[in-house]
Design a protein. Structure first.
Length: 194
């Protein structure tokens, strides 16, 4: 908890850099390009920060409440955390997956196109910044980065116990977010500048 709030010093640095990016917006082609690069690196930092924040909270809740308790924690808190980070950063932060656990994280509009692109690119998949009308959106792949993830997103009776599987099914009867292996694409971050 303490560590999570400690990370907020970082938010202020980011917010300061957001303002710089916007103030250069109308200065012709060259700085417009620079602005895109800035928006991209800013979104990259937001993704790093948000992943770290979620991971720390998840690890803490596993320590405190065990693996099944941590599922209840994710159900209550995961969206609340990304929503409060969205407010703090002044952008819209979402995690999107076609094989989602929470249907609130299902793809919309153009999302599927970028999920498919990342899937097809395999290990070579890299984040992209795209402009639709006057809005910039940044998409970045989310991978099953460690064995930790497999406890709740892995293969039944191999990396995920049946007790864990049953507990997850109780909360998420429509769950699609299991059967993964290490390194698989789990979904993507979607950062939208409003
Ligand atoms: C303790 C169980 C648990 C662990 C460990 C876990 N998750 Fe999840 N994950 C969940 C739950 C529960 C949700 C649904 C959260 C919600 O309702 O918003 C979820 C949702 C997600 C989502 C959002 C898309 C969706 O399926 O709804 C992503 C992406 C994700 N997890 C990735 C990961 C990654 C990567 C790791 C490893 C670093 C990981 N998870 C570890 C339980 C877990």
């Amino acid at each position: 908890m303490k560590k999570f709030f400690g990370l907020f010093g970082f938010v202020f640095l980011l917010l300061a850099s957001c303002q710089n990016a916007h103030s250069t917006k109308d200065h012709g082609q060259k700085s417009a390009e620079k602005t895109e690069a800035e928006l991209k690196s800013q979104a990259q930092l937001i993704v790093q920060f948000s992943s770290q924040a979620l991971l720390e909270k998840l690890q803490k809740s596993i320590e405190d409440q065990g693996l099944t308790g941590a599922v209840d924690f994710c159900k209550l808190e995961a969206l609340a955390i990304t929503d409060s980070l969205s407010l703090a950063f002044g952008v819209d932060i979402k995690r999107v997956s076609a094989k989602n656990r929470n249907s609130a994280n299902a793809p919309h509009g153009e999302d599927k196109k970028y999920l498919d692109q990342f899937e097809n690119q395999g290990e070579l998949a890299v984040p992209v910044l795209v402009q639709v009308k006057d809005k910039y959106t940044y998409f970045a792949p989310i991978r099953v980065a460690g064995a930790l993830c497999l406890n709740c997103h892995g293969m039944l009776n191999e990396t995920m116990t049946s007790q864990q599987f049953e507990h997850i099914k109780e909360s998420y009867p429509e769950d699609k977010a299991f059967g993964y292996s290490l390194g698989d694409l789990r979904g993507m971050w979607k950062i939208t500048y409003n």
